[in-house]
Design a protein around this ligand. Structure first.
Ligand SMILES: N=CN[C@@H](CCC(=O)O)C(=O)O
Ligand SMILES: [Zn+2]
Length: 393
C-alpha cells in the first residue's frame, strides 16, 4: 500500500455537507490517500508520515469534478453550425445527423484518439469522473462500438440509441424505436450502465413522451439505470417522465413549469436535475433558473454536456462561472452541483466529496479560494490531482 500525503493546502473545500453552505471549508489541513482512497484528513501539523508527498504550495483543493453528462464519442466539426446560431439560426437537434455521418466514417483508432484527447482536456480542467454517452452511431453495430470505446475511459457509459431518429429511418419512426428497444438494446446493454433518451417533442428529430417511455422501460427491463434529456427546447414531458420512472437524472431542465419544479422537489432523493448551461451559452438560448430550483429544494447537478453541437467545451470551471452568472446559483451551490451533485446524478457515494473512505479524486485550483472558479472565468487554474489513479472512472 502506497500512502501519499497531500499538504500545503491553502483552502480545503471538502464538499462534505458540513458548515453553513455545505462546503465543509477547512484551513491548514492535509490529506492522506492510500491506494487512491482517502484515509486521513486533519491539521497539516499533525499529519502522519507517508511514502510520498505532494506540496500544493498554498493552492486550493476541491473534490475532482464529476461531469455526469458528456457525448465524447464523435468525429467531425460543427463550428459552422455554431456560427450560424450566433447569427440567429435556432437549434433543433437536426445537426446531430451531421455528426452521425462523420462518426460512422471514423475508424476505431481515430475515435479512440479523439476520445482520449477530450478526456485529457477535461482532466486538465479538474474533472476526475466523466459519464460518456453513445448516440452518434444509431445502428446496432455503431452504438455498440461507441459504448465499447467509451468503456475504455469510464465505467459510466450510457446507451443513447434514442438520441434522434437517423436519416435513413426518418420515414419509419416506429421501426427505429422498435430497433432501439429490441436488437440495439440487447447488443448495447452489456457495454452500458445507463440508458438515456432525448425526450423532446419540440424537436422533429427527437422522441415523444410515449416513444421515450418505451425506450426507458425497455432499458430498465434490460437492467440499465435511467437518465433523460428533457425540457431543453421548450416545456415538455421529460421531467415528469423521468420522475415517474425513477430516473437518476433529468438533464437540461431549461423550460420548467411549476408542476415540473414540484415534481423534482418531491423526488429530490431519487432524481437529480442536471443543468447544462454551456448549452444555452452555445445555442444563444435562455438559461434555466437554477435559483428557483435550489429554493424549491431540488437536487441539482452541473455538467458540461460536451458535444459537437450544443456545447463544445468540457470545462467545469466554465460551467460553474455560467451557473453563478446566469443561473443564479451561489458560488457554493455551483461547486457542490459540479462535485457531489454530479456524484448523486450518477448514484455514486465514493466520489464528489473529500471524506474518509472516498476516492482521492481531487482537483487543485491555483488561487487562494474556490471563489475564483466563478470569479476568474477562462483562466487555466484547475487540474486533476488523483494520486495512485489507475485512470479510474
Ligand atoms: N440534446 C440532445 N443532445 C445533445 C446535443 C447533441 C448535438 O447537437 O449533437 C445535447 O444534450 O444538447
Ligand atoms: Zn446531452
Amino acid at each position: 500500500m502506497t500512502a501519499t500525503l497531500i499538504t500545503g493546502i491553502g483552502q480545503l473545500v471538502t464538499c462534505d455537507g458540513s458548515g453553513p453552505d455545505g462546503l465543509g471549508l477547512r484551513d491548514d489541513q492535509a490529506v492522506i490517500a492510500s491506494d487512491g482512497v482517502i484515509n486521513w484528513i486533519g491539521p497539516a501539523a499533525a499529519a502522519p508520515a507517508a511514502d510520498t508527498m505532494i506540496d500544493c504550495a498554498g493552492r486550493t483543493v476541491i473534490p475532482g469534478f464529476v461531469d455526469s453528462h458528456t457525448h465524447l464519442v464523435f468525429a467531425g466539426d460543427r463550428s459552422a453550425e455554431f456560427t450560424a446560431r450566433m447569427a440567429g439560426k435556432p437549434y433543433d437537434g437536426g445537426g446531430i445527423g451531421t455528426t452521425v455521418a462523420a462518426t460512422r466514417s471514423a475508424d476505431d483508432d481515430q475515435l479512440r484518439s479523439l476520445i482520449a484527447g477530450r478526456v485529457a482536456a477535461a482532466r486538465a480542467q479538474g474533472t476526475t469522473t466523466l459519464e460518456i454517452k453513445s448516440g452518434y452511431g444509431l445502428t446496432v453495430e455503431e452504438e455498440v462500438r461507441a459504448l465499447r470505446l467509451a468503456g475504455e475511459f469510464t465505467t459510466e457509459t450510457t446507451f443513447l440509441g434514442g438520441h434522434v431518429v437517423p436519416a435513413e429511418l426518418a420515414a419509419d419512426r416506429a421501426g427505429y424505436v422498435d430497433l432501439v428497444c429490441g436488437p440495439m438494446l440487447t447488443a448495447a446493454a452489456p457495454y452500458a450502465r445507463w440508458i438515456d433518451v432525448f425526450c423532446e417533442p419540440n424537436s422533429p428529430h427527437a422522441f415523444t413522451a410515449e416513444e421515450s417511455r418505451m425506450i426507458l422501460t425497455a432499458g430498465a427491463a434490460a437492467g440499465l439505470e435511467l437518465r433523460v434529456h428533457g425540457n431543453q427546447l421548450g416545456p415538455g414531458p421529460g421531467v415528469r417522465l423521468a420522475v415517474e420512472l425513477g430516473a437518476a437524472s433529468v438533464d437540461h431542465c431549461t423550460h420548467l413549469t411549476d408542476a415540473d419544479v414540484d415534481a423534482l422537489a418531491g423526488a429530490a432523493d431519487t432524481t437529480v436535475a442536471t443543468l447544462l448551461p454551456g448549452v444555452e451559452f452555445a445555442t444563444r438560448s435562455p438559461y434555466p433558473d437554477g435559483a428557483r430550483l435550489a429554493a424549491a429544494g431540488v437536487s441539482i447537478a452541473l455538467a458540461s454536456d460536451c458535444n459537437p453541437g450544443t456545447c463544445h467545451s468540457s470545462s467545469m470551471p466554465f460551467m460553474i462561472a455560467l451557473a453563478v452568472r446566469e443561473l443564479g446559483l451561489t458560488p457554493a451551490q455551483a461547486l457542490l452541483a459540479a462535485t457531489v451533485g454530479g456524484a448523486r446524478a450518477l448514484r455514486r457515494t465514493d466520489i464528489g466529496a473529500i471524506a474518509i473512505g472516498r476516492r482521492a479524486d481531487l482537483a487543485v485550483i491555483d488561487t487562494p479560494s474556490y471563489l475564483h472558479l466563478a470569479y476568474s472565468p477562462g483562466m487555466a487554474l484547475t487540474m486533476a490531482l488523483d494520486p495512485d489513479s489507475r485512470e479510474r472512472q
